[in-house]
Design a protein around this ligand. Structure first.
Ligand SMILES: NC(=O)c1ccc[n+]([C@@H]2O[C@H](COP(=O)([O-])OP(=O)(O)OC[C@H]3O[C@@H](n4cnc5c(N)ncnc54)[C@H](OP(=O)(O)O)[C@@H]3O)[C@@H](O)[C@H]2O)c1
Length: 218
């Protein structure tokens, strides 16, 4: 069974998954890098960015679950680029020639364009489709493996509302953003569908996992 999974999705204590206002110079708006500081020190991040070293421990153990078993990613237009990216025919995402996805990656957008093949196995495909249709398409491309729902908050919220997410790892970061895009709006009682576990890390973040009660265990 192919699961839809969310990993390393970081929110502030007040529930924002990104700050305000996003731009090319500020991919997370006024949040800057504060939502992901916990990850930058991990061995996982050092490996991902071609370095060595980094910490082990709780944060690293959770972060590393990002890649195994994933055969495709779905992301929103707001993760793929800053507002207006679709007016730039040369825009290929934030990540340079070898993005960290290494699978087919489906960008949900109302401005589809031809697919872009990158180095390292990532191909960006652009889809204007409902969450369930997008998941169906991504599952076919994933060849039986799981599909990562990569964010941002709007897309994850839409997939949660459509009851399409089987497993979710949210990292609650002890900062208050006050403004931005919230993850939880309109998802009242969501927890009733999941087994929820929380693990505190000495770095100050809390890893909260949601496992759909009726989802098959891997
Ligand atoms: N906290 C984290 O861990 C984390 C992780 C990833 C990203 N982020 C951040 O999150 C922010 C982006 O999040 P966001 O909530 O603003 O945007 P988003 O979820 O990335 O994308 C939303 C946009 O995608 C398009 N879209 C969504 N569903 C669609 C559908 N069914 N069909 C067609 N198009 C669809 C629409 O854009 P158009 O109408 O313009 O096409 C929509 O406005 C960025 O700042 C990014 O850096 C945070």
């Amino acid at each position: 069974m192919s699961h839809a999974r969310v990993h390393n999705f970081s929110i502030s204590l007040d529930g924002f998954g990104t700050g305000d206002v996003q731009s090319q110079d500020a991919p997370f708006g006024h949040a800057g890098e504060r939502l992901h500081q916990w990850m930058f020190t991990t061995g996982f991040w050092h490996d991902m960015t071609g370095g060595s070293g980094g910490t082990g421990g709780i944060d690293d153990a959770f972060a590393r679950q990002f890649m195994p078993g994933i055969g495709a990613e779905i992301m929103g237009a707001g993760k793929f680029g800053p507002p207006g990216w679709h007016e730039d025919p040369e825009w290929k995402g934030w990540w340079g020639p070898n993005p960290p996805f290494h699978t087919p990656t489906f960008v949900l957008t109302h401005h589809p364009r031809p697919s872009i093949e990158m180095e390292g196995g990532t191909t960006f495909h652009f889809l204007d489709a409902s969450p369930d249709k997008a998941l169906e398409t991504a599952r076919e491309a994933a060849g039986g493996q799981d599909v990562r729902i990569g964010g941002g908050p709007t897309v994850i919220r839409d997939f949660l509302a459509a009851r399409l997410v089987d497993r979710m790892h949210v990292v609650v970061v002890p900062i208050l953003l006050g403004r931005g895009v919230r993850l939880w709006d309109g998802l009242e009682d969501l927890e009733k569908d999941y087994e929820v576990e929380a693990t505190s890390s000495p770095t100050g973040v809390t890893h909260v996992t949601f496992t759909r009660a009726d989802s098959e265990q891997a």
